[in-house]
Design a protein around this ligand. Structure first.
Ligand SMILES: Cc1ncc(COP(=O)(O)O)c(C=O)c1O
Length: 493
């Protein structure tokens, strides 16, 4: 007998199993004492034991346990809990706008016009912003950015991306058909990895990633049950890549998997292409280098590169705009890629519109050009200043060694930790730099990411810190890090 929820079950046994029913999914009935009614129970189909085991292996340090604790502490502060600090400073993630970076006016004007075309009648918007908005809207279904686009992305945006790449790479040709617009760079990277992975046991796909890495790679490889093959960057040479280390890593990996791809994530992932601060340093795309190396490389090496609206001077992470360029891809695989991206219909159209503005920014002579350049330069100069400041201050702390921040938005200093602290961390089952960062968070309100989340050479410890907080706050943050490190070292020595 199956009870209805309203039936009174007085007199029924407290738990009355009626067996699993494939149709109802109900596996039992219990008696709710409070309401004196029957309550149906069912065994969960999805439990920690039955769920996809690869998902359980996924870790993403950038939003890991330290960040979860930081969010909790923020709540506690709001509730009036007394702490030795008044605010949490989040230096864990490259989220520029969250740290106060201002959006580029031209981009937001065009996006506002695209979102609410009535504004096209408004005199406060410059003519070039209106023209861009009209062009984007014309390319959208029903002239609305609320419509789905083609799965590979809006055609005129892909054409603009191709022209931008050609110009950036000194005339190396780019076919718009090789451009896929994506939901940020992350989406493109995961899609490419999905295409790559196959085989079992020693034939399982291996993917070579640099250590330290961007944790999206290890997370995606874990989810796809691919083999993560580490190669270590040389910290003593400013995190450069040694070919001998690549060769070591490759020949080791061949013993237990089938290494098929190399992710030089700090470089071929091009998301920081405008964030180059070191004097004499310049961004070179892998594609351009392949062409400089000659046709035996440029006509054969299969390369996927990724860019995004999230970083550089834009910092528009929330729009989830991005693109991927593939070259020398087997046409049959490319058809599979196109099919795969079509399953998700399309990347967000506002993100595509923003990507278009990034690759087709105001030109000299256009009304918005001067202001655009002023804002772009100001943001990049400030980041360069903060990169320098971070390295300088961190290197004044005994026990902290920081390489010059040559590009991107992060420092990754090495920290020496006392033996006693390492032992205490291990007793708690924590990585020593996790132990250190957690203590720093509790005592100072500063939220960093332990180096262990990015990978590091055995026996070395680091933390990752963004250079994004406003200069005044960054100075306070660095002073607090210095004070904490000294106190921590004293306490555990
Ligand atoms: C190296 C690298 N690649 C990709 C991404 C992800 O960027 P997106 O927001 O475009 O997905 C990040 C984000 O921090 C990154 O640091």
């Amino acid at each position: 007998r199956v009870f209805t929820e309203r039936e009174n079950v007085r007199g029924c046994p407290r738990t009355y199993r009626i067996g699993s029913s494939a149709l109802s999914g109900i596996s039992g009935v219990a008696h709710d004492k409070m309401t004196d009614k029957a309550v149906f129970t069912r065994d969960k189909v999805l439990t920690i034991h039955t769920m996809n085991p690869t998902v359980k292996k996924v870790e993403y340090a950038v939003r890991g346990p330290i960040v979860q604790r930081a969010v909790q502490i923020e709540k506690e502060l709001k509730e009036g809990v007394k702490k030795p600090f008044t605010e949490v400073i989040k230096a864990n993630i490259g989220d520029a706008h969250a740290m106060g970076q201002q959006p580029i006016t031209f981009f937001r004007q065009v996006l506002a016009l695209c979102s609410y075309p009535e504004l096209l009648k408004d005199n406060m918007f410059p003519e070039d912003a209106k023209n861009r908005a009209r062009r984007i809207l014309q390319a959208c279904g029903g002239s609305s950015i609320g419509a789905y686009s083609a799965s590979q992305g809006i055609e005129c945006v892909r054409q603009d991306v191709a022209r931008y790449i050609e110009c950036r790479d000194g005339g190396v040709p780019c076919d718009p058909d090789n451009i896929y617009l994506t939901t940020g760079a992350s989406d493109g990277i995961v899609t490419m990895l999905k295409l790559l992975v196959c085989g079992e046991g020693p034939t399982r796909t291996g993917v070579m990633i640099s250590i330290p890495q961007y944790p999206l790679y290890s997370a995606a490889l874990a989810e796809l049950a691919a083999v993560q093959v580490n190669y270590y960057l040389n910290e003593d040479k400013c995190w450069s890549m040694d070919v001998s280390e690549l060769e070591r890593s490759l020949s080791e990996a061949r013993k237990y998997c089938n290494p098929k791809a190399l992710c030089p994530n700090l470089c071929s992932c091009q998301v920081y292409q405008d964030n180059v601060y070191a004097e004499g340093c310049q961004f070179h795309s892998f594609k351009k280098v392949l062409f400089e190396m000659g046709p035996q490389y440029s006509n054969t090496v299969e390369l996927a590169s990724f860019h995004s609206t999230s970083k550089c001077y834009m910092g528009e992470c929330g729009f989830r705009g991005g693109y991927m360029e593939v070259i020398n891809m087997d046409p049959e695989v490319k058809a599979q890629l196109t099919k795969l991206v079509s399953v998700r219909l399309c990347p967000p159209v506002p993100g595509q519109a923003l990507m278009d503005l990034v690759v087709n920014s105001p030109k000299p002579g256009e009304p918005s050009y001067n202001n655009f350049m002023k804002e772009r330069t100001a943001t990049l100069s400030l980041l360069a200043e903060k990169a320098k400041l971070t390295k300088e201050i961190l290197n004044t702390v005994p026990g902290i060694t920081c390489n010059p921040v040559q590009g991107a938005m992060y420092s990754f200093p090495k920290i020496s930790l006392p033996e006693k602290a390492i032992k205490e961390a291990k007793a708690l089952g924590q990585a020593p730099d996790m132990f250190y960062c957690m203590k720093m968070l509790e005592e100072t309100g500063i939220c960093l990411v332990p180096g262990s989340g990015f990978g590091q050479k055995e026996g070395t410890y680091h933390f990752r810190m963004t250079i994004l907080p406003p200069t005044d706050k960054l100075k306070i943050l660095l002073a607090k890090v210095k004070e904490f490190h000294q106190k921590f070292t004293k306490q555990y020595s």
